[in-house]
Design a protein around this ligand. Structure first.
Ligand code: CP3
Length: 346
């Protein structure tokens, strides 16, 4: 059972203000660590790593051993959900993800929840291994992509900057796009509940491309599906906090927090600190938002960035994190410097 009192990360999400603040970093496991690259050479592809519990658990633990983060995040990817729904998903070296694009009603109808959780069984086995091996004061985070962001990959068939195919479907055939989003709400809820039942103590919804939508469609395709997921999780697994990360939402962060009911919100790099302290932190815990490139630069620029965030957000419920994922060019020593700065500051 979760012992919240011993886990600063869960205390912060419950509205407390532990000192020093808890810290973990998005993409804390990954290519910037030589020990990750070593494990990566032992498997055929990236998805195989996600579906091999022993190795996925190992790479999840690697950054904890080095840095003693307050939370571990399950090692997996947001695109295992389309993979488990029957879409072809591949990760090509240096190219990012490639999927068979879902562009019409028939392609959406061909996706199926039959066998969905069975396909993801190795992920739940990874979560069980993590729950069994995690240090007592460290929390375990499960995650999924939010429906909008996962839908962009499914419709585009790859990463994208303009989202032309996805937006054309969302704007031109909203009732068709709604089928895809509704399927993802259902699948993502099932998936997160199974992660919680395997031992995840909090879950994060990554909406990396939330910032691509204007206000009105943001309400329909980001806020509404997220609210449906949060309501289901709160009803069916009460007490498990949900963190939303609507990257790039700008001023819409405020509506996102008010209308989705998330327990905490991840701030991207561009969110002004005093604004977040005033407008968001009174409603929920905030998490973020160091520029990941400051972890590449290091030195006094890094220290200054850390100090500003701690000064602005450290007086309320707060989890230190980055504004987006660690990049592979990050020198591991700079992460050690960051941890030292956060934990030795008075
Ligand atoms: O944070 C963690 O340490 C947990 C693991 C994690 C990964 N991806 C591992 C990964 C998490 C939480 C994700 C989320 C994810 N995946 C997001 C949302 C967050 C964000 O970054 O915006 C998105 C959009 C994806 C989709 C994805 N996965 C892309 C676009 C890529 C290719 C780009 C890249 O960095 O190579 C991935 C691959 C991926 N996911 C890697 C890792 C460690 C690198 C693959 C490798 O090791 O070869």
């Amino acid at each position: 059972m979760t012992d919240r009192a011993n886990k600063p990360f869960l205390r912060a999400l419950a509205g407390e203000t532990p000192t020093p603040p808890p810290v973990w970093l998005m993409r804390q496991a990954g290519r910037y660590l030589p020990e990750y690259r070593q494990v990566r050479t032992q498997v055929g592809g990236f998805l195989e790593l996600c579906y091999t519990p022993e190795k996925a658990a190992e790479v999840t633990f690697q950054p904890l051993r080095r840095y003693g983060f307050d939370a571990a995040i399950l090692f997996s990817d947001i695109l295992v959900v389309p993979d488990a729904l029957g879409q072809q998903v591949a990760f090509r070296e240096g190219e990012g993800p490639v999927l068979t694009a879902v562009r019409d009603e028939a392609a959406i109808a061909a996706l199926s929840l039959d066998g969905f959780l069975g396909h993801l069984a190795p992920v739940f086995e990874t979560v069980r291994r993590l729950a069994a091996g995690i240090p007592q004061t460290t929390a375990l985070i499960g995650f999924a992509g939010a429906p909008w962001t996962v839908a962009t990959y499914m419709v585009e068939g790859a990463g994208s900057k303009e989202f032309i195919a996805t937006k054309t479907m969302a704007y031109g055939q909203p009732e068709v796009f709604a089928r895809l989003i509704d399927l993802l709400v259902r699948a993502t809820g099932d998936y997160l509940i199974a992660q919680i039942d395997a031992g995840a103590e909090a879950v994060q919804l990554f909406d990396s491309w939330a910032g691509a939508l204007p206000e009105e469609p943001f309400g329909r395709w980001v806020i509404a599906p997220t609210r449906a997921l949060v309501e289901r999780l709160h009803a069916e697994r009460p007490g498990v906090p949900v963190i939303g990360f609507p990257r790039g939402a700008g001023l819409l962060y405020e509506r996102y927090v008010a209308e989705t009911g998330v327990d905490a919100v991840g701030l991207d790099t561009a969110v002004p600190l005093d604004w977040a302290a005033e407008r968001l932190q009174p409603r929920c815990a905030v998490q973020g938002n160091l520029d990941p490139i400051l972890l590449v630069a290091g030195g006094e620029a890094l220290d200054h960035g850390v100090d500003r965030i701690l000064a602005a957000l450290g007086k309320g419920p707060f989890v230190f994190n980055l504004g987006h994922g660690i990049v592979p060019a990050t020198p591991p020593d700079n992460v050690a410097r960051l941890m030292d700065r956060i934990r030795t500051r008075r």
